[in-house]
Design a binder for this molecule. Structure first.
Ligand SMILES: Nc1ncnc2c1ncn2[C@@H]1O[C@H](COP(=O)(O)OP(=O)(O)OP(=O)(O)O)[C@@H](O)[C@H]1O
Length: 940
């Protein structure tokens, strides 16, 4: 501060040494000293005039200034009255011409432009520049990375899941059927897709509809696996929320509700349809039965939601469970344009074998012979015409995708089979033929239910337990295999309850039941009691509802007290144990009464289909053909000839269907689903990120600067706690402290530990805190680079290229905020100065340095700006290309499909064209802003 400075009351000054005081006002001036009041912090200071560490805050034409009343003015001209500046201009809110005198400037004004801070000597520690740069660079890399939304999930890295999740999760408004066989991780795949959609801004309102029995399991999986807190909506919650808003579903962004509840509740259906969703997820979608004359209520409920929601994920392990027509209808629900006619769909399916054969050489990587090329051209002339070079990997991949898409169900149906995935334990059948008790000797059985479940005859309700040999067998089995846990599934709730009561009375063995007569909370309690490894139940007795979706893979023994009349249902039952995470072979115990309907089923499943020891994807189809004979044989179990005929017919049919599936539909689906060869790079990227030290190092510095204390806790874990010097509130940081780890292995074993990755909200919020605040906007420091001259100075600048667009355009796909860092030497030339080892300059020296160099620094800044614009143009060009390739590809796909299917509307293609035009405009209007400056002096 020079001695001839003219101080005047009312002028506004900033402290160079105590920047946290805010904007001060001079309230007294005398011969030697001045007094400054800082209204924002209600403090005052007296300085000697000669060396007051103050900088006057002034604005120039074109700048926006804020008044104490809160309105802002764009400065057009400036006058002075008794040493105080008067800003003239137009108010932003009223558009009226007005004036704002310097004393009336907002006390809270913080200089946030780097240049202004630099030339007003408002310096921070130079480390903040690095943290700004690091945060911007890491956020940008994360937004562009293929691993966003995947790397942060608390899961083991399983290739087929990651492939599906990355294929689908990056799409705009994905509409797919996830149909992996039972227990291969569809819930996890859905979680990964939802997570990616949310992190990339593609979706924010998500509705998950599941069977009521699975609500809690989904809630836990979403929170535990991907940190997403869904809210369960049921009638009582809706009633409670009705006071707060007209539509209860407006109260949360992420909602989970039961299908049965929704279907039976017209008022809630109406409300849920009136709110808008970005993504709808429906689990166990085989419940959505459909036929042209009689679509089920469930189907209609979901259909209405699916029509109004851009993204739809349907999950089922058994897509054909309620018939092939229903399967078609679910595909239609996803893509009505592509699946418009059942007859056309059937015809198309019949061509899958031909298609699978034709694409085989493309997958194998073999050179195409003239004959193979001709075969492909005959199948899809319009696609083949687009490609000249059939041997480039890129082209072959593109042809394969387009073929599977146009002629198969490639883009919207993903099905992985166990057969193609390694590491599943074996399943062993233990059949126990038991003598028929007199009680069940009834020559007059006419109904199938009676034949299959004789114990359910009302007349036998009180006596069957004593007479049925399966009961005695069960009471012997439990102590025999103790302490092994046993899951027992039977068809009816009454049977499960009666058996449980008997076990309780006769043995004292700890047991729990799980059936439709219990509330959701009671069922979850029972499942937890069963899961408890030490004090839990040895046996859980479930009615059929326990056979769906639940995770019981900690048990290795399954008792099928009776068998269902549906191969898909049998697979669902076995799938409770035979799922990812099962560590031992699975023992399937089936007690059956000789010469009974159940003994027919046992023989049919085992000898006709081999459905106990292996999954049987063709079972449903065989059942459709032999149903009549099977039912007849169940009613006449003594007819061994008929039985032999049934078995032989089923074996033959099964073999034929399997061969067909292998060659046809499932082959295509598998090619598409498992991502063989295509998922390797992604896996490598995730593994590399898991083992890299960048995140722990960067997060350590970041937490340190923000004021979070980190303590090592052992086992690769740390405790994070807010300190008293935290610079602000960090969302997601537990004030009591939280345990975190950077190791996947630790995170998957210790469930209470937070898994910190670039996806984690705490890391994201911490970086955002730095990027949106003023820390590091301007700083001055020493560096020590021996390759550069001692005493030389440098200007380091950080620019950000960004554009603003409505969320619907998904701009971040192509242009997330992009940092551009430039370092110029005293000749304004780009320098590769090593800036890593730096330390701050004392404020006084820093101020003197910047004062002395102001004209040069201004020149360098101007030059840096020009260079940054050049680099930005290059980045923009790339973004524009990527956008045109991606969206142009989608337009081409629709045009190809349209040639086969006139139901694809021109408006769909136009929609993408409009998006492209809007994005082009947004990209053209992007802007390069200076984010931070740092002046460095070399002092090696
Ligand atoms: N990548 C993974 N890492 C850790 N656990 C996993 C992973 N994938 C699946 N699991 C576990 O395996 C079990 C089966 O997964 P999930 O419930 O997603 O299968 P599903 O295909 O939906 O089963 P269903 O067909 O029975 O509905 C669950 O307990 C799940 O938590």
């Amino acid at each position: 501060m020079s001695t001839d400075t003219q101080f005047a009351i009312g002028q506004r000054w900033l402290s160079n040494t105590e920047t946290e005081l805010g904007l001060g006002a001079i309230i007294r001036v005398d011969f030697r000293s001045i007094e400054v009041l800082y209204p924002a912090t209600e403090e005052s200071r007296i300085y000697t005039k000669a060396d007051a560490p103050l900088t006057r805050l002034t604005f120039t034409e074109g700048e926006m200034v804020k008044s104490q009343e809160g309105w802002s003015l764009c400065v057009e001209s400036i006058t002075e009255q008794q040493g105080v500046l008067i800003y003239h201009g137009v108010r932003e809110d009223t558009k009226q011409a007005t004036t704002l005198a310097e004393p009336n400037l907002d006390h809270h004004i913080r200089l946030n432009q780097p240049e202004k801070r630099l030339f007003n000597y408002q310096f921070d520690h130079p480390k903040w520049f690095d943290l700004r740069h690091g945060s911007l660079t890491n956020e940008h890399a994360h937004a562009k990375s293929d691993t966003i939304g995947l790397v942060g999930a608390r899961i083991e890295l399983i290739p087929h899941q990651l492939h599906i999740a990355s294929e689908v999760g990056r799409r705009y408004a994905p509409r797919v059927l996830l149909a992996d066989e039972v227990g291969l991780g569809k819930t996890i795949e859905a979680a990964l897709i939802i997570h990616q959609q949310i992190l990339t801004g593609r979706a924010s309102r998500v509705l998950i509809v599941v069977p009521d029995t699975l609500l809690h399991q989904w809630l836990v999986e979403m929170l535990r696996r991907v940190n997403l807190a869904f809210a369960i909506y049921d009638e009582s919650r809706c009633v409670a929320l009705e006071d707060e808003s007209d539509n209860p579903f407006d109260n949360d962004q992420l909602i989970l509700c039961g299908l049965n509840w929704l279907t039976s509740n017209p008022k809630r259906q109406q409300q849920i349809q009136e709110t808008s969703w970005d993504l709808l997820v429906v689990d166990e979608a085989h419940h959505l039965a459909w036929s042209a004359d009689e679509p089920s209520l469930e189907y209609q409920t979901i259909e209405k939601l699916a029509e109004a929601t851009p993204g739809v994920l349907l999950l089922t392990a058994t897509p054909d469970q309620l018939g092939h027509e229903s399967h078609f209808a679910r595909l239609r629900l996803l893509d009505p344009a592509r699946f418009y006619d059942y007859a056309a769909f059937i015809k198309e399916e019949s061509q899958y074998t031909q298609l699978a054969e034709a694409v085989a050489p493309l997958i194998e990587g073999d050179e195409l012979s003239a004959e193979q090329t001709a075969q492909l051209t005959a199948l899809a002339p319009e696609i083949m015409a687009q490609f000249d070079d059939l041997n480039s990997t890129e082209n072959r991949d593109a042809i394969l995708h387009q073929l599977i898409d146009c002629h198969g169900t490639g883009r919207l149906l993903f099905r992985n089979r166990r057969a193609a995935i390694e590491g599943f334990p074996s399943r062993h059948l233990h059949a126990y033929p038991l003598p028929k008790p007199e009680l069940y000797e009834n020559d007059e059985i006419t109904s199938l239910t009676e034949a299959l479940y004789p114990e359910r005859q009302p007349a036998l309700a009180d006596v069957w337990l004593d007479a049925d040999p399966r009961v005695k067998w069960l009471l012997n089995l439990l102590p025999d295999i103790k302490p092994e846990k046993v899951l027992l599934i039977c068809a009816s709730a009454a049977t499960a309850q009666q058996l449980a009561e008997l076990i309780r009375m006769r043995t004292g063995i700890r047991q729990a039941v799980f059936h439709e007569g219990m509330s959701i909370v009671e069922r979850d309690k029972a499942a937890h009691y069963f899961a408890d490894p030490e004090d839990g139940a040895q046996i859980l007795l479930c009615s059929e509802i326990g056979s769906e979706g639940r995770n019981f893979q900690f048990a290795h023994h399954l008792v099928l007290f009776d068998l269902p009349l549906s191969p898909d249902l049998l697979e669902q039952r076995i799938g409770r144990l035979d799922r990812i995470g099962q560590t031992q072979d699975i023992q399937i115990h089936v007690p059956v009464i000789e010469e009974s309907a159940q003994s027919v089923l046992l023989k049919w499943y085992h000898e006709g289909l081999n459905a106990f020891e292996q999954t049987c994807p063709t079972g449903g189809k065989v059942f459709d053909t032999v149903e009549e004979t099977l039912v007849m044989n169940c009613l006449t179990p003594f007819d061994t000839e008929l039985q032999q005929e049934l078995i032989e017919q089923s074996q033959q049919l099964n073999a034929e269907l399997k061969a067909k599936l292998d060659a046809g539909r499932d082959k295509l689906l598998e090619l598409n689903a498992a991502g063989v060869g295509r998922v390797d790079t992604l896996l490598e990227q995730i593994v590399a990120q898991d083992s890299a030290s960048e995140l722990p190092k960067f997060a350590g510095r970041l937490f340190d600067a923000i004021g979070i204390v980190q303590e090592e806790k052992g086992q690769d874990c740390f405790i994070l706690r807010p300190s008293e010097s935290m610079i602000g509130h960090l969302p997601g940081l537990d004030p009591e402290g939280m345990t975190v780890t950077y190791r996947r292995r630790t995170a998957t074993t210790l469930e209470n530990v937070h898994f910190l990755t670039w996806d984690h909200p705490l890391i994201h919020h911490a970086m955002e805190m730095v990027m949106t605040d003023i820390y590091g906007k301007s700083s001055v420091g020493f560096v020590a680079d021996t390759s550069q001259p001692k005493g030389a100075y440098y200007l380091e600048t950080l620019f950000v290229l960004s554009a603003k667009a409505p969320a619907a355009l998904q701009l971040e796909r192509f242009l997330p905020p992009t940092p551009i860092r430039l370092c110029l030497d005293a000749k304004s030339q780009p320098s590769d100065l090593d800036t890593t080892a730096h330390r701050p300059l004392g404020r006084k020296v820093a101020t003197q340095l910047v004062q002395a160099l102001t004209p040069q620094l201004q020149q360098h800044l101007q030059h840096a700006r020009e260079l940054a614009h050049k680099q930005a143009n290059h980045v923009l060009g790339e973004a524009m290309n990527a956008m045109q390739t991606t969206l142009g590809g989608e337009v081409q796909r629709l045009k190809d499909l349209q040639q086969q299917n006139p139901a694809i509307r021109d408006s769909e293609i136009e929609f993408i064209d409009i998006q492209m035009a809007a994005l082009t405009k947004v990209l053209q209007e992007s802007d390069v802003q200076l984010d931070a400056v740092r002046v460095l002096v070399n002092n090696p």
